[in-house]
Each structure stands twice: as structure tokens, then as C-alpha cells.
Ligand binder design. Structure first.
Ligand SMILES: Cc1cc2nc3c(=O)[nH]c(=O)nc-3n(C[C@H](O)[C@H](O)[C@H](O)COP(=O)(O)O)c2cc1C
Length: 197
């Protein structure tokens, strides 16, 4: 079962990416490995020029198509999600997120744009066909820091909200697995029944 995490910050010391990786670690503890995709995985000119037919965009669409769940992290830039993330999402097909569970994650300078995920990112996710979008996890930059030794420190409340959301993703994937197996078995039974007629 594929899980894709998309890091939408251009920053090399990205706080939103720290939250994304914490979410990925938590998913791993629950038995689900994930793959991270960042803005730097695509050539800058493909993003800026929106080169839909390029090999990078094609590979991106393949990776998204294979994913059962997609975790998307972004910084808040000018009261919205990052332009880099928008450029990446613009390379997807219209229904690219249909039938996928999506968890949005964001960090901002303050709580002033706490609702940015709701009014800016979620409509775009909906336009990409997403119908299962979990409540976003938002943190301010003072809640995701590095101490003098460079060790990452995340506010306990943020960790609790993030892990709660990730556990929802894992539960969704847990239930999706047996349901799929059952459907497969029913299909096999039906095929056998037809053969024996
Ligand atoms: C160009 C730019 C614009 C920003 N605009 C906002 C904003 O409108 N609202 C806000 O709360 N924070 C804003 N910030 C602060 C970032 O959201 C914040 O530092 C965030 O933690 C960055 O996430 P990152 O480390 O993952 O890139 C802005 C930062 C930059 C560089």
C-alpha cells in the first residue's frame, strides 16, 4: 500500500517538512512505509513553466496515482499555501486525488492564517477530485524549533494533533486492506460459481 508525502516548502530547514517526517515516522510505527516527494525532486523550470508532458511530471503523476493516501505539507506564504506546491499540483491530472485520503499539514508564522488550509489548499484538493480530506494540522513556527544542539523540538499539543490525524490515516488504510481482500475473494468465488455452471 503506497503512501506519498509531499513537502511543499522550498526551505532546506523546513518546519512543515519536519512535521511531515514526524507523520511519516508515526505511519511507519503503524506498519506503513511512505515515500517523500519534495519540490526539488522536480526541475525548477518544469514547475515554473508547467511542463506537463515532461518526464518529471509524468513520474510525479505515476507516483500520485499509485498512492492510497497522500500527506501534503506546506508553509503559509502570503495567507495561502506555497506557490511551489501550487506549481506541483498544477502538473497533476484533474481527478488525480480521487479515491485517496489526504492529510494537509501547514506551518505559519503565527495563528493569523490558521485557516489557510481550509480556504486555500482544500478547494484545490477538491478540484483534484479529493473527497476524503482530513482536518488539517497547523502549527506556528515557535511550535516547531531546533534547540542549541540542533535537535528538533515539536510542541506537545502539535504532536498530539498530528499523531491523532496520522492514526486516522492508518485506521483508514487498515480498513481498506481487508475490504479489498474481501472484494477480491468475492470476485474469485463469483468466478468459480460461473465456471461450475
Ligand atoms: C515569503 C513568505 C511569506 C510568508 N507569509 C506568511 C503569512 O502570510 N502568514 C503566516 O502566518 N506566515 C507567513 N510566513 C511565515 C512561514 O509560514 C513560516 O515561517 C513557516 O513556518 C515556514 O514553513 P517552512 O519552514 O516549512 O518553509 C511567510 C514566510 C515567507 C518566507
Amino acid at each position: 500500500m503506497t503512501i506519498l508525502t509531499i513537502a511543499g516548502s522550498p526551505s532546506l530547514s523546513s518546519r512543515s517538512s519536519i512535521l511531515l517526517r514526524h507523520a511519516a515516522d508515526r505511519l511507519l510505527q503503524r506498519g506503513y512505509a511512505s515515500h517523500e516527494l519534495g519540490l526539488r525532486d522536480l526541475p525548477a523550470e518544469d514547475l515554473i513553466e508547467g511542463i506537463y508532458t515532461g518526464s518529471a511530471a509524468t513520474a510525479l503523476r505515476t507516483r500520485v496515482a499509485k498512492a492510497r493516501a497522500v500527506l501534503i505539507a506546506t508553509p503559509v506564504y502570503k495567507a495561502s499555501f506555497s506557490g511551489g506546491l501550487k506549481a506541483l499540483l498544477d502538473l497533476l491530472d484533474e481527478r488525480a486525488l480521487a479515491d485517496k485520503l489526504v492529510l494537509p499539514i501547514a506551518t505559519g508564522g503565527s495563528t493569523a492564517h490558521l485557516l489557510a488550509l481550509e480556504y486555500s489548499l482544500k478547494p484545490v484538493l477538491s478540484a483534484l477530485g479529493a473527497r476524503h480530506i482530513l482536518a488539517g494540522v497547523y502549527a506556528t513556527e515557535t511550535q516547531v524549533t531546533r534547540n542549541a544542539q540542533g535537535v528538533v523540538e515539536i510542541d506537545h499539543g502539535v504532536v498530539a494533533r498530528l499523531e491523532d490525524s496520522v492514526d486516522r490515516v492508518a485506521r483508514y488504510l487498515d480498513t481498506a486492506r481487508p475490504a479489498h481482500t474481501e472484494a477480491y475473494d468475492l470476485g474469485k468465488l463469483a468466478a468459480r460459481a460461473r465456471l461450475s455452471v
